[in-house]
Design a binder for this molecule. Sequence first.
Ligand code: FEO
Length: 394
Amino acid sequence: MERDVFKIAENVYWVGVRDWNRRLFDALIPLPRGTSYNAYLVVGSGGKALIDTVNPGFENDLEEKIHVITSLEEIDYIIMNHAEPDHAGAIPHIMERAPKAKLITTGRGARMAQIYYHVPQEKIRVVGDNETINLGDKTLLFIEAPMLHWPETMFTYLKEDGILFPCDFLGAHLADGVYSDEVEDYIVHAQRYWSEIMMPFRSMARRALEKIANLDVRLIAPSHGPIHRKPELILNAYRRWAAGEASRKAVIVYVSMWGSTDRMVKQMAETLMAEGVKLAFHNLTIADIGDLAKDLVDSRAIILGAPTVLGGAHPLAVYAAYLFKALRPPTKFAAILSSYGWGGAAVRHIQEMLKDFKIEVVGALEINGPPTEEDMKKIVELGKSLASKIKGET
Ligand code: FEO
């Protein structure tokens, strides 16, 4: 059998597709290595189930891959773990060609299937938490996992083989790789993916991790990126990230128009590094937003640098502050650095944006024009205070 329809366990097949050239997700998230839409076919002695489908545009690829194993007419169930079109977009195409197939989803998923994919109600079977479907020698167990990544989301667990199909959860945007332990920098991409998709829902992630803790999980088959045949590696990383465990690390995020803010944040960078703080540095004019989000996962502090322009903070800094709040990282401390030409407003603007976010602003410095020696000394002092907060000394 070709490698592109491969067996992950006895009578369980990967029938997904790789989107090598996709470079943007949700018109927001950069995908430097593309992504995959993993669908799986489970062939039981008494029934066949397709778990998730693929992104619109790949319907024929999925159909051809299923045909390598079985005909579509023989599919009994289409499991919709998640209604987002990258996994459910091919449902209308497949259901049209799989006349006896019932769509299996949660109550919320049923409404979405009707709205998004016009699946008739009589073709949908709603399953509850811990409900099972019997495929003869294989049993599918459904586990509700709301907000991972939409409200209707569920996981599917194949009992006899110990395979968890968690859709978006425990995935990565990578087109390459079959098994995660074969991909050298897998965990970096998994962390990036976590920050973009799961970090805002940390409490729901913790709940889901508890729910699956007692299952015998031997293989994790997510719907993006490689499969995990050493489940503890990704589960341990998710436990750390979901708990909000941060290290002695700070993220500098800034934009500068004429070099003054640039000099200020670089002084801050030198100070923090001299104090033993690990640093990630992002100039917003060239930053990869996914990389920035990844660095927020395990950082204790953020330093926002922005000049005043048109009566407020530079729009790129406003965008960054907005994203920061939306991603809800576990970051505890902040500092703000700013320079203005004739009227300062950036610091107030950023403080206003952060006011309902639980974060301690350790200090802010707003100066007129390029920084003086005196200003640089103030930044060093602020950097030292911030470093001692990051190191847990104050
Ligand atoms: Fe991969 Fe939330 O869809």
